[in-house]
Structure formats: C-alpha cells, structure tokens
Write a protein that binds this ligand. Structure first.
Ligand code: F0G
Length: 451
C-alpha cells in the first residue's frame, strides 16, 4: 500500500508540484519562495483521505503502549498526519519525540501566571528539537535513494542530521561557522561520522554556499528549507494538544532563528484545527536575541511584508542568524494567531536560563529566550494571569556547558551588558568553590551558602 498522500505548495505564489519535482534547493522555480507540504485529500470535508478525529485520538494514545518501533516515535505515532512516504517502512527513527511537558511552579508564581509549562524538546535523542524534523526528512532522503545528505548549521541540525544519517546508512556533510558554535554540538557531528567543514563564514554564509553545492552534486539538503523537516517538527504541537486533552494552551512561546520551528508548530496547530481535532489555535509568539532580530524588525517596520537581513551577534549561538529562510512562514503564524515577536538582551537571556536551571530544567541559551520573552510580555500586560502558557525549550543544557560555567563564574557578561541587572545576576550565580578535603572545610562552605 502506498502511504503517500502529499504534494508541495509554494508559500509565495501557490504553485503546486509533486514531491519528487522539487529542485535541490527546495525553492520554487516560478517565484523562488519555499514550499509547504499539503494533503489534498484533507481539503474536502468528506474527502476519502480525511482522517477521523475521534478515531485518531484513540489510536495515537493506544500506540504509546505498542511494541512497534514506529509507534515508539513521538513523530511517527502521528503518522496519519504526515503521509509523506511511499512506505512508512522506510522511516528512520531514533525514538524521537514524546518529550516531557513540565510545570514550572516557581516561575509561575514569580510571574503571577497560574499555568506555566515547558515543553522540553532538548529531551530528544540528540538533545534538540531538530530530531523531530530530521526523522521525517531523512526518511524521505532514504526512500528517494540519496547516498549523501547535507546541512548548514549553528550546531544542532548538524548533530541531529549526522546521527540520523548514520542510522540510515547514509553519508553526511556538515557546514558550520568556524568558532561560533558550541563544542557539545560539534563533538556530536564528529562522533556520528559526518564530514564536518568549519567555514570562515557565518550560518547565513554556510547556507548560501550549500545551496550552490546541492545544485552541482546529488546531495540531499536537510536544512529547514526542506519542507519535510517541518512535517516532523509540527508533531510537538500534537503532543502539546494531547497533553492538554485536546484543549490547546492559550499561548505558545518559541525561539526564533532560521524560523523553521515556529513555522512548523504553527502548521501543526493549524492542521489540528482544520481537521477538527482542536477547537482553536493558540497564540504563537516568537522571541529573538537583540543582536539577531531580523523578524522583530520586519514586523515592526512593515508587518512582515519584507525582511532586511542583519549581521547577527549573540552568545545564544544556535539563533545567531541574520537572514532567516522561513521568515515569511513564521510571520504568517504570528499574525494569524495574534502572537507577538520581540527581542531580548544578552543579560535577559542569561538570567532566564539560570532561572530555568533553578527549576531543575536546564536548557540552551537559545531556549531561554522564551522565558525572557514571556517576562517582557507579562510586564507589558500582554499575558493575563489566568492564561495557560507553554515555553518551547529547544535544546539540552549540556549542549553548551561553557556558557553556563561562564555565567556562574561571572565571566559571561560584560559590565555594559549587565548594567542595571547586577543584583539579579549575582543572586542566581552558583560558582563552584575549591575547598580543603576536610569535613570542617565542607561544612563551613555549607554554612556560608545558607540564607
Ligand atoms: N533553539 C535551538 C537550540 C536551535 O538550535 C535553533 C536553531 C533554534 C532554537 C531556532 O530554531 O531555526 O527553527 O528558528 N538551530 C539551527 C541549527 C539553525 O543549525 O541547529 P529555528
């Protein structure tokens, strides 16, 4: 049986093509914009391929106790909503998804919000949300017979791609900016056997170069311009809706880099709504770093009609992106759901990350922008106390241990960055201390840290 029910639709001009007709750079031949996967059988209310909401909710929950490998995946568990393969037998999975949704009691209280949660996508097999999209797009690469796959990356995409390529028996090529990525991520790409090139370029330069390379060699591009990445990355929306018994939260807050993730989550919730699985969409807000905020500027300048690239600078290296590929899709999600797009400073990111750490939930700096953004939205009165809010934490804290250590040692932020926030940062710092190996010395240290 052929499981494949999809086609591709250009987000810019609406041109429709079959999946196999996509160009190597996944740009529309007519207008140059990106494609989105669509399922024509769903459009008609009683179309033969239109899934049945009640039956699906039951089936997806049942699969959690199944012994089938595909059912163990938090992406393929929802496979009726991503029929992108000729055969689901071609799926490449590392048991991604099914990530925890944590309540944040202390932060809720501090912010005066009843219901604040973190969906921790850092709890995926390679430690970031990228795995949910990599399983779907890598499966397409394998089914279509590619031997090589490639991505440009700020680190997490490359770690994920290298792992899934190794599982699929494919070779992988990674282009990353020299120096500006976290070591944990680089080590993963090496360990999983990727050919890793560190380029004297930023992320945007790496992606530009790779776009040229895939036009000259039979290499499958696995950046989020590839619409099949977004099909897997939409499934956390399904998990979140399921966790709330199909009553969606009021507000979802997502970090913004290349803007694939916010686009994908928006698509996920939109499809749930269109298919009648949920009654409404959550508000979706996107947060960027002040030094890498092209979408914030675009929405402020002309409501997302055009985007001016910026030269990006932030210690949250995962989102150090000045020319995001999926900006049109993300802008649409924000505008359609009534969300906001704002930016946060280096000090705000560091403080929010330490606050999440103090809840027992570490995360990457790029993930902590969500809490920093929520604090701003709350202060501006844009989030009410009775709202249910979900922060999407995108990466595991161990990805970038240097950042965390520098923060707690007090060497992360410059005086200028810290200005006005010294007391807040100092209260959160927990530096390691060197003490004599005697009970008295350890007990004295303990005494000194109480109160
Ligand atoms: N958070 C983390 C931890 C990331 O690694 C990324 C992106 C983002 C947020 C932003 O997501 O790009 O979909 O808006 N990392 C990419 C990479 C660019 O190469 O690993 P986005």
């Amino acid at each position: 049986m052929n499981d494949n029910l999809h086609q591709l639709r250009c987000f810019g001009c609406g041109a429709r093509i079959a999946g196999v007709e996509a160009l190597p750079d996944f740009r529309c031949a007519v207008c140059g914009d990106l494609f989105e996967v669509e399922y024509p059988g769903w459009v008609e209310r009683r179309g033969p391929d239109r899934p049945n909401p009640g039956a699906l909710k039951w089936l997806w929950r049942e699969r959690r106790s199944s012994s089938e490998a595909l059912d163990h995946s938090g992406v393929w568990r929802f496979r009726e909503l991503l029929p992108i393969l000729d055969s689901f037998g071609n799926a490449v999975t590392l048991r991604e998804g099914n990530t925890p949704l944590y309540h944040l009691p202390r932060t809720s209280k501090a912010l005066g919000i009843d219901q604040l949660f973190a969906k921790h996508q850092g709890m995926n097999p390679t430690g970031s949300f990228k795995d949910t999209g990599m399983t779907s797009a890598m499966s397409v690469a394998r089914e279509r017979g590619f031997e090589w796959v490639a991505c440009a990356s700020t680190g997490n995409t490359s770690a994920s791609m290298a792992a899934y390529a190794a599982r699929a028996g494919l070779r992988s090529l990674v282009l990353i900016p020299d120096g500006k990525i976290a070591w944990g991520k680089l080590s993963q790409a090496m360990d999983y056997g990727a050919v890793t090139c560190q380029l004297k370029a930023d992320f945007d330069g790496c992606l530009r170069l790779l776009t040229q390379i895939v036009k000259e060699a039979p290499i499958y591009l696995l950046n989020s311009v590839n619409p099949y990445r977004l099909e897997g990355q939409k499934t956390p929306a399904f998990e979140i809706a399921e966790s709330f018994d199909w009553n969606v939260p009021d507000h979802l807050i997502v970090p913004g880099g290349n803007l694939g993730n916010s686009s994908a989550l928006g698509k996920g919730f939109r499809e749930l709504h269109e298919l009648g699985l949920v009654g409404r969409m959550p508000r979706i807000s996107v947060i960027q770093a002040v030094g890498a905020n092209p979408l914030v500027r675009s929405l402020a300048a002309n409501r997302g009609a055009s985007l001016e690239p910026v030269e990006a600078h932030t210690r949250a290296t995962a989102i150090r992106i000045g020319n995001p590929a999926s900006w049109r899709k993300a802008a649409r999600v924000i505008l359609d759901t009534g969300g906001w797009c704002l930016d946060v400073t280096e000090a705000e990111i560091a403080i929010a990350k330490a606050e999440l750490g103090a809840e027992g939930l570490g995360c990457e700096p790029a993930s902590a922008v969500t809490l920093a953004g929520l604090k701003k939205l709350r202060a501006q009165g844009k989030v009410a106390p009775n709202e249910t809010v979900v922060l999407v934490l995108t990466g595991h804290t161990l990805k970038d241990a240097d950042y965390t250590i520098d923060f707690h040692r007090g060497t992360l932020l410059t005086e200028e960055e810290k200005a006005g926030k010294e007391a807040e940062t100092d209260a959160l710092r927990r530096n390691a201390v060197v003490v004599d190996a005697t009970p008295a010395a350890v007990l004295a240290t303990l005494k000194g840290s109480v109160g």
